[in-house]
Design a protein around this ligand. Structure first.
Ligand code: IPM
Ligand code: MN
Length: 354
């Protein structure tokens, strides 16, 4: 790959600030490793555009974005916009239209990084969250709205095709990792239809991966084990909503949501994949240069990995690890680093340059 055509969607709140640092590190790594060339195309999408024009993501925007190699997104959401408008009309529309059926969310605890856990030993797991089905489909509606007889439904859609492809991806990931363990999380004691499908698919696909150890956990139990014994997890495969919830918890136990990266991936590369921090737009701290850009920077590493540039990904991951160590030793010495968003980006970019 000699050049990357990158769609950049800074978005709302702290989005533009963290994306600027992601791009800074991206430039640094391409410079340090002698390429590829990066051409960025910034899209005015999010609250500003919606409030000015009523548009969230037009067909023309989508067509344009489809022609890029990858997407870097900051965050979406603004208190001036009714809940759901940008989430459904922009973020989820991109995930669905670009068939991002894998929502990849790695979680690792770096030594010395503050965590609410008493024993954080060895947290290093990957959540493979399904990205195009489940309760996120927008399948449902409201009848008799505003009356005492209102009925609101959201129907979870799970297809054999959709579950199988994401489960297959999760098994392949598990097989490539040293511990070769896959935990699938659902609630098949209550959600017997969707849970039954997930269960059968995991059993069937699992038969093709005899070297991967499989276990099952109800989602409620998984929230407990993430706190009491997170080191037991290697790869977690789960549906869209369970994965959303578990990955916020995973962010919290590994040092905060400011460190948690994600990739919305179309593994076949039929469409550009989209990389974004898990956190939201945090309007309360927007413009203050206090957001941690690490999650966005780590998302850039996921992007390089997806594009087949493993060395670039590794260089960024190593730099983040060193920066985490610097934070930890400063905190230990009683003088925690006080850095702006851009200070953190500069520090990681400098580490990448070596
Ligand atoms: C996430 C976010 C989104 C989700 C929202 C903003 C639609 O919480 O990426 O985890 O629920 O997937
Ligand atoms: Mn979420």
């Amino acid at each position: 790959m000699t050049s990357i055509d990158l769609a950049v969607i800074p978005g709302d709140g702290i989005g533009p600030e963290v994306v600027a640092e992601g791009l800074k590190v991206l430039d640094a790594v391409c410079e340090a490793l002698g390429g590829p060339e990066i051409a960025t195309h910034t899209y005015d999408l999010g609250a500003r555009r919606y409030l000015a024009t009523g548009e969230t993501l037009t067909d023309a925007d989508l067509e344009d974005i489809k022609g890029r190699d990858a997407i870097l997104l900051g965050a979406i959401g603004d208190p001036r916009v009714p809940s759901g408008v940008l989430e459904r009309g922009l973020l989820l529309k991109l995930r669905f239209a670009l068939d991002h059926y894998v929502n990849l969310r790695p979680n690792r605890h770096y030594p010395g990084v503050p965590t609410p856990l008493a024993d954080s030993g060895g947290i290093d797991f990957l959540v493979v969250r399904e990205g195009t089905e489940g309760l996120y489909c927008g399948n449902g509606g409201v009848v008799r709205q505003g009356t005492p007889h209102e009925i609101a439904t959201e129907v979870s859609v799970n297809t054999a095709y959709g579950v199988e492809r994401v489960v297959r991806y999760a098994f392949a990931k598990a097989q490539a990792r040293p511990r070769k363990k896959l935990t699938y999380v659902h609630k098949h004691n209550v959600l017997v239809n969707a849970g039954g499908l997930w269960r059968r698919v995991v059993e069937e696909v699992g038969a093709e991966y005899p070297d991967v150890a499989v276990d099952y956990m109800h989602v409620d139990a998984a929230t407990i084990f993430l706190v009491t014994d997170p080191a037991r997890f290697d790869v977690i495969a789960t549906d869209n909503l369970f994965g959303d919830i578990l990955t916020d918890e995973a962010g919290a136990i590994t040092g905060g949501i400011g460190l948690a990266a994600s990739g919305n991936i179309n593994p076949e590369k039929a469409f550009p994949s989209m990389f974004e921090p898990i956190h939201g737009s945090a309007p309360d701290i927007a413009g203050k240069q206090i957001a941690d850009p690490t999650a966005t920077i780590a998302s850039v590493a996921l992007m390089f990995d997806h594009l087949g540039l493993a060395e670039h990904a590794r260089a960024i991951e190593d730099a983040i690890e060193s920066d985490m160590a610097a934070r930890a030793s400063a905190a230990e010495a009683g003088a925690p680093l006080k850095r702006s968003t851009s200070d953190v980006g500069n520090a990681v970019a400098a580490l990448v340059r070596g």
